[in-house]
Design a binder for this molecule. Structure first.
Ligand SMILES: Cc1cc2nc3c(=O)[nH]c(=O)nc-3n(C[C@H](O)[C@H](O)[C@H](O)COP(=O)(O)O)c2cc1C
Length: 381
């Protein structure tokens, strides 16, 4: 292995979680869970990637009927974290990853306004959003027919619906804890439910769930607190956060470090242990006047451990990969440089880990990486 990469192969500890290295498999939706139950082959798929310090699963529906619909990448077979059959399947996945020497966290994902009504495990449930709006129509990063179906105005979530959602996250987190998952990851990014409450374009409320930037963090904070109460105090909560949304790639929750601090400090105070900072390019400067990426800013402002992601192994972003095959690059020296400068503690790998179960082995042996094409999405190898 190249000498510069050695620091990325040191252990990381947060509470009861210790990972063997700094690499994390980034959450990636698959479409292999008919009826919400991961197919048996999913255990090997995840176990093959257990040499990453931590595997974060695909997005998984918490115990709330409107959590999931058909995914934007197509397909009705998204998994849930409730019910005997799904929990038994997740248990075999956890056991397989542990047997292979790895650590695993589920990513609990409520689709909120992005859920296609009439689809998912509970098609009868109405989709949930803060103010019944999708956001701007002209910037969506979903197929046009999907946007057409999802953009119809809805009804703002009621207090009792919000209470049910919070309780559903807590129930599923408790189940995941009992199955032996090593941490709980929350999908608070990309315009889905938790993010849609943070974003002014989708949250027009003036009650206790809306208002200024800080007040708009309330649902996220309540979910984090409820999950904290449902699992042991030392089991880490990982919170994914992003500026960009599926509704608008150019969206920004925070224009300045001060605005960012308002959001991330509130989340850190409510119990987030690790921030998973989702960007398309891990090394893109987040604000003017500094080349520091968004993860570096979150680490500096909160003092919490931070995971970076986006474009590691590729110079083109995820959106381009949906359109055309994407050639690999080796930009690990820049990852190591920024890691050494203290910008982040963990490094999440998406497409490269989907394409190649042995990506981490190639890093260790100094072998070239595979290019990425979306046919990987149709396989569980
Ligand atoms: C097929 C696919 C599915 C994805 N599904 C999810 C998901 O369920 N939850 C999530 O937070 N991000 C999801 N992502 C985003 C990745 O976690 C990651 O942030 C993104 O691919 C950028 O990292 P990369 O440049 O290493 O691919 C997905 C990405 C891909 C390629």
């Amino acid at each position: 292995m190249r000498h510069e990469l050695e620091p990325l192969f040191t252990p990381f500890t947060c509470g009861s979680l210790t990972t063997a290295n700094r690499f994390v498999m980034s959450p990636m939706t698959r479409n292999f869970s008919p009826g919400g139950v991961p197919v048996p082959e999913a255990a090997d798929y995840y176990a093959r990637r257990a040499k990453m310090g931590l595997v974060i699963t695909e997005g998984v529906g918490p115990d709330h009927p409107a959590a999931l619909g058909d995914g934007t990448t197509g397909g009705p077979a998204l998994p849930v974290m409730y019910g005997e059959a799904a929990l038994a399947s997740w248990k075999s996945i956890v056991d397989a990853v542990h047997a292979a020497g790895g650590k695993i966290a589920p990513q609990l994902w409520h689709m909120g306004p992005i859920r296609l009504a009439g689809t998912g495990p509970h098609p009868e449930a109405s989709s949930i959003s803060p103010s019944g709006v999708w956001g701007p129509f002209d910037k969506a990063m979903v197929p046009p027919d999907y946007l057409e179906a999802v953009k119809a105005p809805g009804v703002p979530a009621s207090d009792s619906e919000i209470a049910d959602i919070i309780a559903g996250f807590a129930r599923s987190a408790a189940q995941a804890h009992h199955l032996g998952f090593d941490a709980i990851a929350l999908h608070g990014a990309h315009g889905y439910l938790l993010d849609s409450f943070l974003w002014a374009e989708t949250n027009h409320r003036s009650d206790q769930w809306g208002g200024d930037r800080l007040r708009r963090t309330r649902l996220a904070r309540e979910v984090v607190r409820a999950v904290r109460r449902a699992i042991p105090a030392d089991k880490p909560i990982i919170y994914r956060f992003s500026q960009w949304k599926l509704q608008d790639y150019g969206a920004r929750l925070a224009e300045t470090p001060e605005e960012l601090s308002m959001i991330t400090s509130a989340l850190a105070d409510s119990g987030v242990d690790i921030f998973d900072v989702s960007t398309r390019h891990f090394d893109a400067p987040a604000f003017g006047g500094s080349d520091m990426g968004l993860s570096g800013w979150v680490r500096k402002l909160t003092g919490k451990p931070v995971m970076t992601v986006g474009g590691i192994g590729f110079d083109k972003d995820l959106q381009s990969s949906f359109m055309e095959p994407t050639a690999s690059i080796d930009n690990l020296d820049e990852v190591a440089r920024r890691f050494g400068a203290g910008e982040f503690d963990l490094v999440a790998i998406g497409r490269a880990a989907l394409m190649d179960a042995d990506w981490i082995g190639k890093v260790c042996r100094g072998e070239p990486f595979k290019s990425f094409d979306m046919s990987a999405y149709g396989r569980l190898d």
